[in-house]
Design a protein around this ligand. Structure first.
Ligand SMILES: [Fe+2]
Ligand SMILES: [Fe+2]
Length: 265
C-alpha cells in the first residue's frame, strides 16, 4: 500500500492553480490514501477544504487537526463540525475521532491532534506568545494565569486518548504509524536544522504525547512505532530508540508539498 504524507498545507494561503497542480501531483503517485498532520486551514474554512480535497483525490484522507485549524472558533465546535463532515463523506477520516485502523496485516494507523502543552522548556520565562492565544476561543477567553494549565490539559487529553488507542492494539500488531501535529519531543522539534530551546519548546512540543510514546516503546520494544508530525514547518528525523522514530515535515505557506510517499509491506 502506498500513502502520500503532507503536513501544514495551510490551504487558506494556497492559490487555486497551485492547489490544482498539487492535487494532480498526488494523483500521479496513485496512492491508496493521503496522510495530513494538521494545519489544514483555519477553523472557519477547514471543513470546506477537507471536502474539496476528498472529492479531488478520491481516496481516504486520514488527518489530524493542528492549532491553526481551530482559529476563529472553539476547539469543541471545530471538532464537532469536522466529525460531522466525516460522517457525510466516508473518504474523510479524522484520526483523533477513530480507533486504530489496520492498513495492512499487523500495521496500524493512529492519530491525535496534540498540543503545544507547555510541559517542555520554560513557559513562564519564554517571551514567545503564539497567535493561538488570541485566535482560539478556548485560549483567548482565559485569564493569563490559567493559560499554562489549559495548554497542559489539552496535551494531557490528547495523550490519554492516544494511550488508550495504543493499549487497544491487538497482539498481532507489528508496526504502528502515529499521525500528530506537534513534535512529541524537543529533539524532534526542528527549525533550520536545530532543535527547540527553552523559549520555543513549550509551544512547539507536546511532551505528554512523548511520554506515552516512550512508555509504549519500553513496554513493546519489538513493535515499530513511526511518528509523523509537523507544526515547525522544518524537517528532521529523530530516532528515539531502535523502534521509535519521529519524522517532522516541512512546509511553506502558499506552496503545499508532498513530504513523502510511504510504502507499506
Ligand atoms: Fe503550520
Ligand atoms: Fe501548527
Amino acid at each position: 500500500m502506498k500513502f502520500v504524507w503532507t503536513t501544514d498545507p495551510h490551504f487558506d494561503h494556497v492559490p487555486a492553480a497551485v492547489w490544482q497542480s498539487w492535487v494532480a501531483d498526488i494523483a500521479s503517485k496513485s496512492p491508496d490514501g493521503l496522510w495530513i498532520t494538521g494545519d489544514i486551514s483555519e477553523g472557519d474554512d477547514v471543513v470546506v477544504q477537507l471536502r474539496r480535497l476528498a472529492a479531488a483525490v478520491d481516496v481516504p484522507v486520514y488527518f489530524v487537526l493542528g492549532n491553526h485549524d481551530f482559529y476563529h472558533r472553539s476547539i469543541a465546535d471545530t471538532r464537532r463540525d469536522v466529525i460531522a463532515a466525516t460522517r457525510d463523506d466516508q473518504r474523510l477520516v479524522y484520526l483523533t475521532d477513530c480507533q486504530p485502523i489496520e492498513l495492512t496485516v499487523g500495521v496500524f494507523l493512529i492519530g491525535e491532534d496534540g498540543w503545544g502543552d507547555a510541559t517542555v522548556g520554560d513557559f513562564d520565562a519564554s517571551p514567545i506568545r503564539l497567535r493561538d492565544f488570541d485566535m482560539i476561543e478556548d485560549l483567548s477567553r482565559l485569564p493569563k494565569e490559567h493559560l499554562k494549565d489549559q495548554l497542559a490539559q489539552l496535551g494531557r487529553e490528547s495523550a490519554e486518548r492516544l494511550e488508550d488507542k495504543m493499549a487497544s492494539l491487538p497482539p498481532h500488531a507489528r508496526q504502528v504509524i502515529v499521525l500528530t501535529h506537534l513534535p512529541p519531543y524537543r529533539e524532534a522539534c526542528w527549525y533550520e536544522g536545530r532543535t527547540a530551546d527553552d523559549d520555543w519548546a513549550p509551544s512547539f512540543v507536546c511532551g505528554e504525547i512523548g511520554r506515552v510514546l516512550t512508555s509504549y516503546n519500553q513496554l513493546h520494544p519489538s513493535i515499530r512505532v513511526e511518528v509523523f508530525c509537523g507544526h515547525t514547518h522544518h524537517e528532521g528525523v529523530y530516532k528515539v530508540d531502535e523502534n521509535l522514530v519521529v519524522r517532522t515535515g516541512s512546509s511553506t505557506y502558499g506552496a503545499p508539498e508532498i513530504e513523502a510517499v510511504i510504502e507499506l509491506l
